[in-house]
Every structure is written in structure tokens, then in C-alpha cells.
Design a protein around this ligand. Structure first.
Ligand code: DGY
Length: 319
């Protein structure tokens, strides 16, 4: 058995593959492979570990229909045409549960940083504009006792809600496809309609998967319903919000601030106006980027591909 790995991954994955005598080719260049290179290397493989956001659309999956499995090193699988993968009988693995805390840490970090304009103040030191003490300048807003609205209360959303509940006594409301009874019991979280979520939240944190249904949920109409002091956090996928509408909502002070780990287009352009707004804190999609979490993701991705190649049940298959 031979597999193609689209980016170098933590060592644990190679160890597991070696134990199973599965050979691999790893793309270790500093630039992503082109589509043709991806096809050529995958043609020689039985499976692929996709360790970046490379898009496997219908056409690509049809060309690679000999593959038994594509194993993702991510929980999100919006970059795979799942219907096409089913049609060509290619199993898809992903990495749920192992990155919830690390990703929620980044959501919480962005919330704190945004509420105190931390990245803006850091830039003042860097660019020599610290200046004199300003009793009324660059003020943040506090989080104690405020209302956190979670859009998509799954594992990551629950971790974020726990942090906000315990650190700041925040009141938790959420909007989901289904009720989350654990969160209701543990955090007294309340299920609300989408309109209530938008109107009542002081902070909205987006954690839902990106699907046709959730794409563009946070658009002008949504921002118009939010409080003028609201903070919007997105660590899920950039396309959950409409970037231009977010920029306009911030510029017109329709909402107060935003903390973003994800963008519509990644990497985003250094000219993106969001990068230079006082009330916006941005990061380059590092939700899962800790040594421990990335190792757990690599291990699960390896276990998924090994299981699929051996014809056994994958620990985490996308259904
Ligand atoms: C995920 O797992 O979907 C993350 O966004 C990847 O870092």
C-alpha cells in the first residue's frame, strides 16, 4: 500500500504508517502542489492524507476515483465534495474531538484581545505611537456578566461557552440545528431563534461547520440586527460571514468589534481593511496549531487511513 501526503505532518503519523508497512510520498516543498502535481502523485497512491485545505471537487475526485480513502487532518470537510466521494466510493476521514480545546482557546483569546483592542495597542508600541497617557483613548469593553451567543454549539462551541461562563459569568444562549442538553444542564445555556441570538448577544461566536445552509449566515441583514456594542468572533470558516458586509458593519459602527481566525480567502491579502481596524484582532487560521493538538490530529488521520486501507471501520469517518 502506498499513500500521498500533501504536506509534512507530525512524526507520529509516519511511525504508525511504518508499523503497518504502508509507504508514503510527502510533498515537502514550500509551495503547494499544483492540481496536476496532486493528480500525478495521487495516481500512484491508494489513499491521500490531505493536510491542507486543498479542494477535492467532483472533477478531481472523478479523476482520482481509484483512491480508497482521503484522510483529512481537519475536523472541517467543506473542501471535499462529499456526494462525489460517495459516488466514487472514496471514504473520507476527518479529525473531530481532538482539537476542540485548542480551537476554543483561540476563540477566547480573540474575544479578550478584541474586547481590549490588544492587537491595536501592541501595534502602537511597534510603530512608535504609544505617546502620552490618554484617559479616554483606545478604551475596550468588559465581558463580565454579558451574554455570549454561540452559533453552532458542538464540541468547540461548548468549550468556548465553558470558558466564558467560568471566567466571566457570561450568560450563554445558542442557536443550533439541535438542542445541546449537556450545555443546557452544565451552563444553563438557552436555545434561541437566530433572530434572538443576533439581537440579544453581546458577543457572537461562530463555530458551526460550513455548509450550503450556513454559508454567508453573518451578512448585512444579520449585522444590522446585532447590538452596536456587539463583538463578532469567527474561528470556524471565513465563509460563515460575508467579509464585505462585516467590513461595512465595523466601519459604520453597526457592531463594535471582531476577532477572526478565518477569512473568506486564505491567505487573506495584506491589504484587507480588517487587518488595520482598531477593534479587530486577526490571526492566520491557527485554531488547532499547538504541538499537542497537531500530533493528535496527525495520529487520528493516520489511524483513519490505515483502517480504511485495511478494510476496517475508520475511527472518524465522514458519513
Ligand atoms: C479544522 O480542523 O477544520 C481546522 O480549521 C483546521 O485547522
Amino acid at each position: 500500500m502506498h499513500i500521498f501526503i500533501t504536506r509534512p505532518v507530525p512524526e507520529v503519523a509516519y511511525r504508525l504508517l511504518d508499523e503497518e508497512k504502508i509507504t508514503y510520498t510527502v510533498w515537502d516543498k514550500d509551495v503547494p502542489q499544483t492540481r496536476d502535481e496532486l493528480i500525478a502523485l495521487s495516481m500512484k497512491a491508494d489513499g491521500v492524507i490531505n493536510a491542507d485545505a486543498y479542494k477535492f471537487d467532483h472533477d478531481l475526485l472523478e479523476k482520482l476515483s481509484h483512491l480508497k480513502v482521503i484522510s483529512l487532518t481537519s475536523v472541517g470537510f467543506n473542501n471535499i465534495d462529499i456526494a462525489a466521494a460517495k459516488k466514487f466510493d472514496i471514504k473520507i476521514g476527518h479529525t473531530p474531538n481532538v482539537l476542540s480545546q485548542a480551537t476554543a482557546d483561540i476563540a477566547f483569546l480573540l474575544l479578550l484581545a478584541t474586547s481590549r483592542k490588544a492587537f491595536f495597542h501592541h501595534k502602537r508600541i511597534l510603530n512608535g505611537t504609544w505617546g502620552m497617557f490618554q484617559p479616554t483613548g483606545g478604551l475596550g469593553i468588559e465581558l463580565y456578566g454579558k451574554t455570549l451567543g454561540i452559533f453552532g454549539l458542538g464540541k468547540i462551541g461548548l468549550e468556548m461557552a465553558r470558558k466564558c461562563f467560568h471566567a466571566y459569568g457570561m450568560n450563554i444562549i445558542y442557536h443550533n440545528r439541535t438542542a445541546n442538553e449537556d450545555a443546557e444542564r452544565e451552563l444553563n445555556a438557552k436555545y434561541v431563534s437566530m433572530d434572538e441570538l443576533l439581537q440579544e448577544s453581546d458577543v457572537i461566536s461562530a463555530h458551526s461547520p460550513l455548509t450550503d445552509e450556513t454559508k454567508g449566515t453573518f451578512d448585512k441583514e444579520a449585522f444590522d440586527k446585532m447590538k452596536s456594542k456587539a463583538i463578532f468572533i469567527n474561528t470556524g470558516r471565513g465563509a460563515l460571514h460575508v467579509e464585505q458586509d462585516l467590513i461595512e458593519a465595523l466601519e459604520s459602527k453597526q457592531i463594535w468589534g471582531a476577532g477572526l481566525d478565518v477569512f473568506e480567502q486564505e491567505p487573506t491579502s495584506p491589504d484587507n481593511p480588517l487587518l488595520n481596524m482598531e477593534n479587530v484582532c486577526t490571526l492566520p487560521h491557527i485554531g488547532s496549531a499547538t504541538e499537542e493538538t497537531r500530533a493528535r490530529m496527525a495520529e487520528l488521520a493516520a489511524r483513519n487511513i490505515i483502517a480504511a486501507l485495511k478494510g476496517s471501520k475508520m475511527p472518524a469517518e465522514v458519513q
